[in-house]
Design a protein around this ligand. Structure first.
Ligand SMILES: NCCCC[C@H](N)C(=O)NCC(=O)O
Length: 420
């Protein structure tokens, strides 16, 4: 088959519009987070009910990864991105008119479903349109550009929400998702390489088995798990209360500090992409090095006598944020160890790692906080620094688990390569 279409100007057009769909997906994903106060008023909901919106959406996202990966290998990325954009447009439109919690949850489930289809599809497009060292760099850039979506929810969306109101703000987001539905139909193609590999039909069960039996997929899963669970735990649930209630940071400053995550991703993503491309054998060491640095910073902050100074907390956040670009290395393992016809399934499996790790950590940290509160006779504050110190230390247990499996699977993956 001719390879002339690879790295062509058409490749860049396809990539640009696929990225646009991903930026939209991230903005749809994060929009509800900045509308927390308005959601509480609109749905007359408690904090716990509000938290369930995020949890439901993420459970749907993570649970959909393997089925989405299978569909991706069967139907190709174009149709999955189109379907994802449509789901998100419909979900946000439903949310715009929602007046109670069940309606709101239905909207968020639809958004989570749609969101789940986009990232893995964009990654699957890359080897269909590019070759060589461009792929790991573009894989990182996909993650990096996606962060722009978070800025869309933090600024324009939030301004519309405050200035015009709930229905208008969510309608605009629905319109954005619908616009990417149209641009994906118009500009995103699977390309000639896809026609060559799509004949490799296989049963779903055997695709999953084939992908999971590959030690490179498992190494990717544990790499994603170990690098991403701490950033997800921090961003999704415990970061904000830890900074505000535990470390005494002003809430406005704590929100502003969250922008560190976007900045680090933008700066570190391309560097790590270039390093992954030029020194592939060192990929796992980069990931392990970043995890080690995060753990050292957590140890410093959790052992700090009293509240840590701001600069130490900023250093902690910079290192936690580095886990985002490091997690993308997991997808590089999936891509380089799997044949093209199971790549979607393998990528979906890898993408569940950091989310599964985060669910367990988020839950256990909350459980420990509750236990400590009850043990103290439920007096004083539920969220306090000594309790956070103990509860957040659970991350070391999870990290140890992840590092152990990374080392086990790395040995197997290296043996597999040596036998080839
Ligand atoms: N440069 C930051 C990239 C973060 C990637 C993140 N860990 C991830 O796996 N994202 C999946 C998604 O759907 O966004």
């Amino acid at each position: 088959m001719s390879q002339a279409h690879l790295n062509s100007s058409k490749s860049w057009v396809v990539f640009s519009f696929a990225i646009l769909a991903y930026i939209s997906a991230i903005s749809q994903r994060t929009s509800f987070g900045v509308a927390g106060i308005e959601a509480t008023e609109r749905f007359n909901a408690s904090a716990q009910i509000l938290a369930s919106f995020s949890v439901v959406q993420l459970v749907v996202y993570a649970g959909a990864q393997v089925p989405v990966g299978l569909l991706l290998d069967k139907f190709g990325p174009r149709i999955l991105i189109i379907t994802g954009a449509l789901f998100m447009a419909a979900g946000q439109a439903f949310l715009a008119i929602s007046v109670n919690v069940p309606m709101g949850l239905v909207g968020r489930v639809m958004v989570g479903m749609g969101d789940a289809m986009v990232f893995v599809s964009v990654l699957k497009l890359l080897p269909l349109w590019f070759s060589g060292s461009r792929i790991p760099v573009l894989t990182q850039l996909t993650g990096t550009f996606g962060q722009l979506g978070q800025l869309i929810s933090l600024f324009p969306f939030h301004m519309i929400l405050l200035g015009v109101g709930w229905s208008a703000a969510f309608s605009v987001m629905s319109g954005f998702a619908f616009a990417t539905f149209i641009t994906t139909i118009a500009f995103v193609r699977n390309g000639k390489t896809w026609e060559g590999i799509s004949q490799g039909e296989q049963e779903s069960g055997s695709r999953i088995m084939r992908a999971w039996k590959q030690p490179g997929t498992r190494l990717g899963f544990w790499t994603h798990f170990t690098t991403a669970f701490m950033i997800n735990t921090f961003m999704m649930t415990w970061g904000y209360p830890f900074l505000v209630e535990g470390q005494g940071i002003e809430s406005a400053l704590a929100s502003g500090l969250m922008a560190v995550f976007v900045l680090v991703s933008v700066l570190l993503g391309p560097i790590l992409g270039a390093l992954t491309a030029s020194r592939a054998k060192q990929r796992s060491n980069y990931a392990l090095g970043i995890v080690g640095t995060i753990l050292v910073m957590w140890a410093i902050v959790l052992c700090w006598p009293g509240q840590a100074p701001l600069w130490v907390l900023v250093l902690l956040m910079i290192t936690i944020a580095a886990g985002g670009p490091a997690s993308v290395i997991g997808f590089d393992f999936a891509r380089t160890f799997n044949p093209p016809h199971v790549l979607g399934t393998a990528t979906g499996l890898v993408n569940t790692g950091g989310f599964m790790g985060a669910f367990v950590t988020i839950y256990v940290v909350g459980f420990i906080m509750d236990m400590l509160y009850k043990a103290g006779g439920s007096v004083g504050e539920l969220y306090n620094l000594p309790a956070f110190r103990i509860a957040l230390s659970f991350q070391f247990v999870m990290a140890l688990l992840g590092i152990t499996f990374m080392l086990i699977e790395r040995r197997k993956a290296r043996r597999f390569l040596a036998e080839q």
